[in-house]
Design a protein around this ligand. Structure first.
Ligand SMILES: NC(=O)c1ccc[n+]([C@@H]2O[C@H](COP(=O)([O-])OP(=O)(O)OC[C@H]3O[C@@H](n4cnc5c(N)ncnc54)[C@H](OP(=O)(O)O)[C@@H]3O)[C@@H](O)[C@H]2O)c1
Length: 321
């Protein structure tokens, strides 16, 4: 596993990290299987783990905490997220900061996450939604300052709303934010336009999330794929979105070099961008951990292939968390 530097914080992080949403809330999760997969990832050199309080209301954080305790010698970076007080994803343009991130809420949910993780300090605490209209509010700034000075968090990041990669730049201008987490994959290339150059210039670490477009870029979806009631993917792929996604994935197949899988090329596309500090594929199965972490072998993506992948950019604007 190769490492990269996590922005101005200077932390070495595995260039492929671990997304823990699925194991907290998606249908078909099995805690024993998730723990086996987390354990295997550490054996293979993974050091960056992304969870959130809302992923099973602490379930995912507790699985990560258990994993951390069973590897006392490993330097694991645990990142989690504060839900908005109104529990609404994504933030709406008219949600006020009092409805989402009043200072006492930031403190309360950090304490909940500390308890779920079973740690004294959270490496990276992130805002789970963001709206740049909240930037001028003093409350959230005071709250994160208190968390840092009282030693409850080491660093603070923002997880940007899906398909709104620049709705964070004003917050980054405050100098108080150490990292951004953004959807970036073969389809979602928009963060390259403004966000990545800004982050590069200011030493803000970039966490690339949703590398497989919630499953489309694994190549395993079918036009009639469905999930049990309550599974987020029913919303994400609602209406004609499943058909359009499968069609896009099929269009990609001819550009995948022989011997390479779709998940592998999806990760190699992101790895080819030095602006990204770490990628966090969602994984519950050990086989997925082994396949995905193997992509960190330093072999560059062929330039002609990379160029063809650029043509698969797909700009979308539906508001989904
Ligand atoms: N608002 C936010 O802050 C936000 C929103 C979305 C995501 N995130 C973060 O980003 C992470 C990644 O996004 P995601 O989990 O939503 O979606 P994703 O990484 O695009 O896709 C995850 C899906 O891909 C499957 N998969 C993984 N590796 C595979 C492989 N090699 N072959 C075939 N299938 C494979 C997983 O299966 P299994 O699970 O069965 O292994 C899972 O169904 C999340 O876990 C979370 O940490 C944050």
């Amino acid at each position: 596993m190769r490492t990269r530097v996590f922005g101005r914080l200077g932390w070495p992080v595995s260039e492929i990290g671990y997304g823990l949403w699925g194991m907290g809330g998606w249908s078909g999760s099995d805690d024993a299987e998730s723990l086996t997969s987390l354990h295997r990832s550490i054996e293979l050199g993974c050091t960056f783990f992304d969870t959130a309080w809302v992923y099973g209301q602490g379930r995912s954080e507790k699985l990560l905490g258990q994993t951390i305790r069973s590897h006392p010698g490993a330097r694991i970076i645990a990142a989690t997220k504060i839900p908005p007080k109104n529990m609404r994803w994504p933030a709406r343009a008219d949600d006020t900061v009092d409805e989402t991130y009043p200072p006492e809420h930031i403190r309360e949910y950090t304490e909940k996450s500390l308890e779920n993780l079973g740690v004294d300090v959270i490496d990276l605490q992130q805002f789970h939604v963001w709206n740049d209209a909240w930037t001028d509010d003093d409350g959230w700034k005071r709250a994160i300052d208190d968390l840092r000075t009282s030693g409850l968090v080491r660093a603070v990041g923002i997880s940007v709303n899906r398909w709104e990669p620049v709705n964070v730049i004003r917050a980054l201008d405050t100098g108080l934010i150490d990292s951004v987490q953004v959807v970036y994959n073969i389809f979602d290339q928009a963060p390259e336009d403004e966000l990545f150059p800004y982050c590069e210039a200011h030493g803000i670490a970039v966490i690339a999330r949703v590398p497989f477009d919630e499953g489309t870029l694994t190549g395993t979806l079918r036009p009639d794929s469905s999930w049990p009631d309550g599974d987020f993917r029913n919303l994400y792929f609602a209406g004609d979105r499943l058909g359009a996604s499968v069609e896009r994935a099929e269009r990609l197949r001819p550009d995948i070099p022989a011997g390479m899988t779709m998940p592998e090329i999806a990760l190699r596309f992101i790895l080819a961008n030095p602006d990204v500090a770490t990628i966090i594929p969602g994984m519950r199965k050990r086989a997925h951990v082994e396949a995905n972490l193997a992509a960190s072998d330093g072999r560059p993506l062929d330039a002609a292939v990379a160029q063809r992948l650029r043509g698969h950019r797909w700009d979308r604007s539906v508001r989904i968390s």
